[in-house]
Write a protein that binds this ligand. Structure first.
Ligand code: CS2
Ligand code: MG
Length: 403
């Protein structure tokens, strides 16, 4: 019988920190899984190295479902981002192996294509409205069919989602968390004006998205959703923190602006009420943080029953392994909505050579068996882990706010 012979955990910082799991079978087939949890990378690395890898050795790599159940139920302590990211890495690596053994890309194992390509949204941002409009123009010219728009609230240094200069937006930016100012009233006054400006300048012939990044209370979110209805957003994302799921019922009573939630949620139980009570329109759980391909499909199938569509998280802190896995899944799911896409830095792409292509606003993969992504261990060794934290937000009175 083929068994799992080796499972190695790599922590490296090509452009930003990534945790990568590589499983090798007794037949010499390798599979990759992303295990990156932004700002808590070493917790997942230790969970894998110290508590999961010893359980994998000698097991049958073909039994993906059984291993998922074994790692989930067998631990007794359930759910949570560290656990679910570690399980995700194992699951993703095993799908990669299964594809390579079968000689098929993972989307074929999942039932084959439901679409020709995966529609993505990109990130436009600006330090003011004119620079945001320039950025939207740049992405429209590059062929994107969907654009997320974020602009710096005047005098509010801690606005989420605004790139500094022309580089990649990387909010995890300091060895200790940077403290940033937040002002809800200023945001509520300003954000609708630039979303309207984008529509006035470019019309309605593309999808426009916006990420509130958990910063409003339910009634503020309701007010925000109402105030941007004329801009016909594809979605407003994370309008309020998702711990209080009832909050979304209140928001919905006031606005028809669609709601997307789920990038920080890690299991089907965390999104159960959001989906079954139709409190959201798009579920943003991902391969890497929600238990891998096996569990994400379960979430997406539940969502399909309630006409909730998918919109997986895809920021640069999710490695190219997650992006490749996301495209494999997105190609197949009937209730696909959209996929977030931020191009990784060149050094990241050097360490993770990937077959994912972008053309005309759509991502795609070819028929390379497995996920179609590799890990260049030698190149990775040139970029050591460099501790980086996400910022913390504080209101004008100095109290902590949701970042
Ligand atoms: C985000 C992320 O992409 C998004 O929608 O909200 O930028 C998020 O802040 C990071 O992934 C945090 O690690
Ligand atoms: Mg987000």
């Amino acid at each position: 019988m083929t068994t799992i012979e080796r499972a190695e955990v790599f922590v490296a910082g090509p452009g930003r920190n990534f945790v990568t799991l590589r499983i090798t079978t007794s037949d010499g087939v390798t599979g990759l899984g992303d295990a990156t949890l932004n700002g808590r990378e070493l917790a997942v690395a230790s969970y894998l190295r110290d508590h999961v890898v010893p359980l994998l050795i000698g097991r049958d790599p073909a039994r993906i479902e059984d291993l998922w159940q074994y790692l989930y139920r067998g631990v007794y302590w359930r759910r949570g981002p560290v656990t679910m990211t570690a399980i995700a890495a194992v699951d993703t690596a095993l799908w990669d192996i299964k594809g390579k053994v079968a000689g098929l890309p993972v989307h074929q194992l999942l039932g084959g294509r439901s679409r020709d390509g995966v529609t993505v949204y990109c990130h436009a941002s600006g330090t003011d409205i004119p620079s945001l409009l320039d950025d939207v123009a740049r992405f429209r010219e590059a062929g994107y069919r969907a654009v997320r728009a974020q602009a710096a609230v005047p005098d509010v240094g801690g606005t989420y989602g605004v790139r500094k200069g022309t580089g990649i937006y990387e909010p995890a930016n300091a060895a200790l968390p940077e403290e940033q100012l937040w002002d809800t009233e200023a945001y509520l006054r300003f954000a609708p004006t630039y979303l309207t400006a984008v529509r006035e300048e470019f019309g309605f012939d593309f999808h426009l998205l916006h990420d509130v990044h958990h910063r409003l209370t339910p009634i503020e979110a309701a007010r925000f959703g109402k105030s941007v209805e004329d801009a016909q957003l594809f979605w407003m994302e994370d309008p309020t923190p998702a711990e209080n799921q009832e909050a979304f019922r209140l928001i919905r009573q006031h606005t028809t602006t669609p709601i997307a939630v789920g990038e920080v949620l890690t299991s089907i139980w965390d999104v159960q009420h959001l989906i079954t009570e139709q409190l959201i329109d798009y579920v943003r759980t991902t391969v890497v943080h929600a238990g891998g391909i096996t569990h994400l499909r379960r979430i997406f199938d539940l969502a399909a029953l309630y006409q909730v569509r998918t919109g997986s998280h895809g920021a640069t802190d999710l490695s190219p392994i997650t992006l490749a896995a996301a495209v494999q899944v997105d190609l197949t799911v009937p209730n696909f909505g959209i996929q977030e896409y931020m191009e990784h830095a060149e050094v990241t792409r050097e360490v993770f050579p990937s077959g994912v292509t972008l053309s005309d606003g759509l991502l795609d993969v070819d028929d390379t068996p497995g996920l179609g992504v590799e890990y260049d261990e030698k190149a990775a060794a040139r970029y050591p882990y460099d501790p980086k934290y996400l910022p913390v937000a504080r209101r004008r009175d100095g109290s902590v706010h949701d970042w």
